[in-house]
Write a protein that binds this ligand. Structure first.
Ligand code: NAD
Length: 320
C-alpha cells in the first residue's frame, strides 16, 4: 500500500509510520514539526519506503508534493494543546479545521477512499453519562475540543455528501514513550518527568478529574483494525479506549509507586484549570462488536514501560 500519514513525526503518528514501513508499505510522512520531533522517526529517515515531507497541512502548495495514487490517508496532524488553543484559538482552528479541509479536498479530488481521521474523545466534553458511547452529545467547551468537533463533523459531511469512506476515530487519552513531557504534554509523561527529577507531581484542582488512559500500542492496533476493515466502521465515529477510568490523583500515586518514589515525594495541588473536562471514559462496545477490539496492555504494564524508557533513553533521544 501507499499510505500518507499527516503528523508522522508526532507521538502516535511515529508509531503508525514505524509499523507500516516495517511491514513494507510505502509511507509518506507529513509533518511541519511544530510539536513533532524528527527523532521520533529517526530510524525511518534512511528507509527507501519512508518519505518524509516537511510541510504544513494548511498549505495549498502541498498538493503537488503528495502522490495521487494513495491507498489510505491517516490524518493525525493537529494542534493538540488545550492551553495553547485557549491562548490562540485562531491558530488551532486554522490547523485543525482548515488543515483537515485541505486533506479531505485532496482525498476527494484524487479519489482516495480510505481516510482515517484522528478525532478525539475531547469532542464529548464533560460526561453527561458514563461510559460515553458515540451518541454522547458533542459538548466540548475549549477551543481545541470545539475545533475537533468541527473537523469531526467536516468528515461526517464529506462522507454524507461525497461518500468518501472516512473513519472518524475517537481515541480517549493515550500514553507511551515519545509523548511530550513538558508544557502542554500528557499528564502521565509530565508526572514521570518531574518525579524522575525528584520533583513532586503538580495536580490542577482536587485531582478527582478522570480519564480513560490507553497505552499507545493499543491505539496502533485500533487504527490498524480500522484500516483493514472494509465496512467503514468509523463512518459515524468510533470510540477506542479501555472502558475504565483513572483519576489524576491515582495516576500521581501510581507514578510515584512505579518509579520507587512513594516515600520521598507527595503530589501538590494548585488551582484548577479553566474549562477542564471533569470526567471521561469510553464505552467501547462498538469497537468490540465491529472490530473485535480489546486493549491488551494493562495500565501498570504500560506505565513501567514508559518509566523504563524515560530512565534509559529519553534524555538521549529528544532533539528539540
Ligand atoms: N495523544 C492523545 O492522547 C490523543 C487522544 C485522542 C486523539 N488524539 C489525536 O491524535 C492525533 C495525534 O496526536 P498526538 O498525541 O500524536 O499529537 P502530536 O502533537 O504528538 O502529533 C501531531 C503532529 O502533527 C504535527 N502538526 C501540527 N500542525 C501541523 C500542520 N499544520 N502541518 C503539519 N503537521 C502538523 C505536529 O508537529 C505533530 O508532530 C491528533 O489529531 C490528536 O488530536 C490524540
Amino acid at each position: 500500500m501507499k499510505i500518507l500519514i499527516s503528523g508522522a513525526a508526532g507521538f502516535l503518528g511515529s508509531y503508525l509510520s514505524e509499523k507500516y514501513v516495517n511491514e513494507g508499505h510505502v509511507v509518506y510522512g507529513l509533518d511541519n514539526l511544530i510539536n513533532g520531533n524528527l527523532n521520533n522517526v529517526r530510524t525511518l529517515l534512511h528507509r527507501k519506503n519512508f518519505k518524509f515531507i516537511h510541510d504544513d497541512i494548511r498549505s495549498k502548495d502541498l498538493y503537488p508534493k503528495l502522490p495521487k495514487d494513495l491507498d489510505a490517508i491517516f490524518h493525525l496532524a493537529a494542534q493538540i494543546h488545550v492551553d495553547r488553543s485557549i491562548v490562540n484559538p485562531q491558530e488551532t482552528f486554522d490547523i485543525n479545521v482548515t488543515g483537515t479541509m485541505n486533506m479531505l479536498e485532496y482525498a476527494r479530488m484524487n479519489d482516495i477512499n480510505k481516510i482515517l481521521f484522528a478525532s478525539t474523545s475531547e469532542v464529548y466534553g464533560s460526561a453527561k453519562y458514563v461510559p460515553m458511547n458515540e451518541d454522547h452529545p458533542l459538548s466540548a467547551q475549549h477551543p481545541y475540543g470545539v475545533s475537533k468537533i468541527a473537523a469531526d463533523r467536516l468528515c461526517y459531511t464529506y462522507n454524507e455528501t461525497y461518500d468518501l469512506g472516512i473513519d472518524i476515530i475517537r481515541c480517549f487519552n493515550l500514553f507511551g514513550p515519545r509523548q511530550k513531557d513538558s508544557g502542554y504534554g500528557g499528564v502521565i509523561a509530565i508526572f514521570i518527568n518531574r518525579v524522575l527529577q525528584n520533583k513532586p507531581p503538580i495536580i490542577y484542582g482536587d485531582g478527582n478529574q478522570t480519564r480513560d488512559y490507553m497505552y499507545v500500542d493499543d491505539a496502533v492496533d485500533a487504527y490498524d483494525k480500522v484500516l483493514n476493515s472494509s465496512n467503514n466502521p468509523g463512518k459515524y465515529g468510533i470510540n477506542f479506549g479501555t472502558g475504565t477510568e483513572k483519576s489524576v490523583n491515582e495516576i500521581a500515586e501510581l507514578v510515584l509507586k512505579y518509579s520507587g518514589n512513594e516515600k520521598n515525594l507527595k503530589a501538590i495541588h494548585v488551582e484548577s484549570r479553566p474549562t477542564e473536562v471533569q470526567r471521561l471514559y469510553a464505552d467501547i462496545s462498538k469497537a468490540k462488536n465491529l472490530l473485535n477490539f480489546a486493549p491488551k496492555n494493562e495500565f501498570g504494564h504500560g506505565l513501567s514501560l514508559l518509566i523504563d524508557w524515560y530512565k534509559n533513553y529519553k534524555s538521549e533521544l529528544w532533539l528539540y
